[in-house]
Design a protein around this ligand. Sequence first.
Ligand code: ADP
Length: 627
Amino acid sequence: MACTMLAFLPSRLRASLLILLWLAASSLGGWLGYQAFVRAGLETVATAGNNRLDRYVVSLQREIDKFAFLPDVAALQPEVKALLKSPGDALLQSSANLYLQELNRRAGTLTVYLIGQDGHVLAASNWQRADSYVGEDLSFRPYVQQALREGRGRYFGIGTTRGEPGYYLTTTLGQGAQQGVVVVKVGLAQLEESWASVESPVLVSDENSVVILSNVPAWRFAALQPLDEERRSALEASQKYNRLSLNPLGWQTLKPLSSDDAFKQVRIEAAKAASADQRTGRFLLQSRPLAGTPWQITVLSPLTAALQLATSRAWVAGVLIALALLLAALLYQRRKHVREQLAAQQALKQANEALEHKVQQRTADLQTANQSLQQEVAERIQAEATLRAAQDELVQAGKLAVIGQLSTEVAHELNQPLAALRALAGNSQRFLERGQPEMVQSNLQRMADLADRMGQMTGQLRNFARKSVGQPQPVDLEKVIDGALALLESRIARAGAAVLRQPSMPGLRANCDPNRVQQVLVNLISNALDAMQGGSQHPIEIACLQTGDWAQITVRDHGPGLSEQVLPHLFEPFFTTKPESQGLGLGLSLSADIARASGGSLTGGNHPEGGAIFTLSLPLVDTLPLS
Ligand code: ADP
C-alpha cells in the first residue's frame, strides 16, 4: 500500500522513505511494546507489593494486638488499684512497682506504669532506674489525655525521658477523683528487625505522615510531606517526637498511577537513601491504612528490574517487528515480482496469440491473394494465348495481304508461260499433222519446263501462305533471304528495280521461325520497292552480317527515306502513308512483333547517304558453317 502510494517518487527517495517508515514502524512497535511490558511489569510488581502489604499488616497488627489486653491486666491488679486510692502509701507503691516490673519483664514490653489523677506517675516498671518515670508529670502527654477522655487509647510517640520510640497502650481505672491511667509502652524494634532483612523498603507512617517504623533506619522520623510551622510547633509542644527535626523525605512522585494516592511511582534520590544501590531509583509505592490505628503502612517495590526487563523485551519486540516488517516487505516484493512475471507471461501470451491471429489472417489474406493471383495468372495465360492466337491470325492476315498484293504479279507472271504453253500446244498439233514428231518432242519438253516453272511459282506462294507453326529452329538466314527474293522476283522485275546482295558471311544461323522471318523480309523489300516507285538507278541493298552474338540483316533502299512525321509512328499498327489499296499500315508493326517473338529486334532509320535502312537483329545459334 505504502509502496503503491510512493510509486510516483524517484526510486532513491522512495527507498529512503521506506527505510524511514520501516524504522518508524519498528520504533513505534517497540514503544507500544515497552508501554505494554511496563504495564505488565507494574501489575506483577503491584501484586507482589500487595502480598507484602498483607503480610506486614498482619504482622504489625499481631504485634500490637498481642499487648492490647495488658493495660487491663495491670488495672485489675489489687496493688495497683490500691495505690491509686492511696497515692502516698510507700508500701503500696513499692509493691505496685514490683508488680509492674514483673509484668513488664514477663510481657517483654518496654515499660508499664500507672499515672494518677494529677498526671504524675505513681508506679512504674522502671522504678529502679535513675531515669525512672516515678513522680514524673506526664499529664501533657497526648496518650494520657486521650485515655482520660476516651477510657482507653493507642498512641505512638517517643519517650520524653529516654527518647525511646514506642507504642503506648492505655486504659483508665478508678472513678472520679481516683481515676488513673495504666500505660503499657510497647517497643516495635523487633518488628523492625524482622523487616531489616527485607530488601525492599517498608515503612509505617502515623497520622502526621511521619515515618515511625521503617527497615531503612535513615527514614525513621522523617516526614513524608513537609510540615507547616503551626503543625510543627504543636508537635513540639506534645513532645510526640521528642524534639526530632522531622526532615521531609523528599520523594519525587513520578507518575500517579491512579487517583488513589496510595498507588504511585516515586523516585528516591541517593542523598535520602540509606544505601546507594538498594534504596534509590524508581519504586512503586503502595500504602494501606492499618485498622484500629491512624497509621499507614507503605511498601516500596523497586521498579528498576521490571523497567529493565520491559526495556529489553521492548527491544526484542522492536527487532522482531522490524524483522517481521522486513519479511513482509520481502514477501510483498516477491509476490509483486511473481505477479509482474505472471502479467508479463500473460502479456506475452496475448501478444503471441495476437501475432498468431495476425499470421493466420495474413496467411489467409495471402492465400486469397495467391488464389486471385493464380486466377489472374490463369486469366493472363488465357489472354496471352488468345492474344497470341489473335497475333498469329493477324500475322497470317498480314501475310495474306502481302499475298493479295503479290497475286497480281503472280497472275501476270503466270500469264506469260500460259500463253507460251498455249502457243506450244498449237504448234505441236500442227507438227503432228505435218508428221514432224521430233518437233513435237521438243515442244513437249519446253511445255514440261514451263509447267515446272509455273509449279515453282505457285509452290513458293503456297509455302509463304502456309500458316507457320511458330516454333523457333536454327535457320540458315541466306536461304531465308533467297526465298523472300524469289517470292518478290516478278514484282522486282516489273518495278524495274535491282537488288544487290552484299557479300555476306556464309552459314549464319539464327534461332527463329523461317516462314515468319521471310515474311519480315518480304515486308521490308516490298516497302523498299514502294519507296523507290519513282525509279532509281540504285539497287536495293541487302546484307546479312554478324555483330557480336547477333545476326543482322539490313535492307537499304534509295528512296526518300523516313520523314520526321513518319519516324515516331513507324511501328504503330495501322500507320500508313500509302493509299488504301496499297497499304494497311500493319507490315512494320507485325514485323517488329515477329522479331521480338524470335528474341531479336527490328529498327528503322535513315541512311546517312540517303534512303531508309531497316535492320533485323536475330540471336545467333552459332557461327559454324552448315555441313
Ligand atoms: P504499309 O506499307 O501498308 O503502309 P508498313 O507498316 O509496311 O505499312 O509501313 C508503314 C509506313 O512506313 C509506310 O506507309 C511508309 O510511309 C513508311 N515506310 C515504310 N518503309 C519505308 C521505306 N523504305 N521508305 C520510306 N517510307 C517507308
